[in-house]
Design a binder for this molecule. Sequence first.
Ligand SMILES: CC(=O)CC(=O)SCCNC(=O)CCNC(=O)[C@H](O)C(C)(C)COP(=O)(O)OP(=O)(O)OC[C@H]1O[C@@H](n2cnc3c(N)ncnc32)[C@H](O)[C@@H]1OP(=O)(O)O
Ligand SMILES: NC(=O)C1=CN([C@@H]2O[C@H](COP(=O)(O)OP(=O)(O)OC[C@H]3O[C@@H](n4cnc5c(N)ncnc54)[C@H](OP(=O)(O)O)[C@@H]3O)[C@@H](O)[C@H]2O)C=CC1
Length: 285
Amino acid sequence: MAEIRKVMVIGAGQMGSGIAQVAAEAGLQVVLNDIQDEFIQRGLAVIRKNLQRAVDKGRMGQEEMAAVLGRIETSCQLDAGSDADIAIEAATENMDIKLGIFRKLDELMKGDAILASNTSSLPITEIAAVTRRPEQVIGMHFMNPVPVMKLVEVIRGLATSDAVYTAVHELAEKMGKTAVEVNDFPGFVSNRVLLPMINEAIYCVYEGVATPEAIDEVMKLGMNHPMGPLTLADFIGLDTCLAIMEVLYEGFRDSKYRPCPLLRKYVKAGWLGKKSGRGFYVYNN
Ligand SMILES: CC(=O)CC(=O)SCCNC(=O)CCNC(=O)[C@H](O)C(C)(C)COP(=O)(O)OP(=O)(O)OC[C@H]1O[C@@H](n2cnc3c(N)ncnc32)[C@H](O)[C@@H]1OP(=O)(O)O
Ligand SMILES: NC(=O)C1=CN([C@@H]2O[C@H](COP(=O)(O)OP(=O)(O)OC[C@H]3O[C@@H](n4cnc5c(N)ncnc54)[C@H](OP(=O)(O)O)[C@@H]3O)[C@@H](O)[C@H]2O)C=CC1
């Protein structure tokens, strides 16, 4: 396959902005897309802040920072990235939204472009099936915060070709990450293991076993987790956590994956965690 030089990132939220940042730092041309310019500007502000911190710490020169930012073009129109070699979709965790985006990408992008999704849990095979190029569709699952976390889970859909897998594996390594190959099952590996633990921690709050602070303290001091599960849930976004639990529950039809009612209640209340200012904790963003 031809070398990947240009990337379109769809969704400028916490994941999309991080993916755009590490891609531009790796020397790739980037088009960052979202439905509203306001979200793109918010994503760019986070990228600038991260790069400025690297400059302040002497890890990056001012000129390099300007060059990285210069490689990021922005647009609210998907066709601005139609000549990119790969699209990495990081829009909201909702199947209808993702299917709509992949249908459009399939129409717009050049024939040999790879279409990747950063979905946390949704089936890659189902996303691929709405395109005319299912062998070029793949999961490229970065971890949050993208500039810091080393892993990219690379998910093969049923039809994903070996050449596309290899190209995406190499791209992840070029972006300074370690790629791990996983097959397409609900929640893949990362969230099949992580989210039931988070959901169980929420059940502990729901059932009055302990306060959120106490639960997080147990897991930090007792299990050496860098963040307690409720802080992590707030960090991921409670809407995303609920969406992942729903995919696990519906995908396996096993009651062990039922989302905690308290999680549903918080999401209905708009308590989405750090990004909305309130979840299990309160934040001054
Ligand atoms: C839901 C899914 O589909 C999959 C997922 O992503 S699940 C979530 C996976 N992520 C995790 O589990 C994260 C768990 N938490 C951690 O690893 C750590 O708490 C953390 C890396 C986020 C912060 O680390 P810390 O040591 O507690 O804090 P701190 O010292 O402030 O930060 C360490 C470094 O990370 C950087 N950093 C922290 N948060 C950051 C962010 N949001 N964006 C960019 N950089 C960040 C800091 O600038 C700092 O960099 P330097 O050392 O170069 O200065
Ligand atoms: N949060 C996490 O820890 C992780 C999340 N992921 C996955 O990454 C994806 C994004 O998550 P995250 O960044 O946290 O979510 P955010 O809510 O922070 O960002 C999603 C962004 O996508 C935008 N968006 C929605 N629909 C479209 C569309 N049709 N076209 C372009 N942009 C759109 C949203 O705009 P608006 O606000 O208007 O809806 C928002 O700006 C999800 O699939 C999630 O599961 C993967 C790994 C970790």
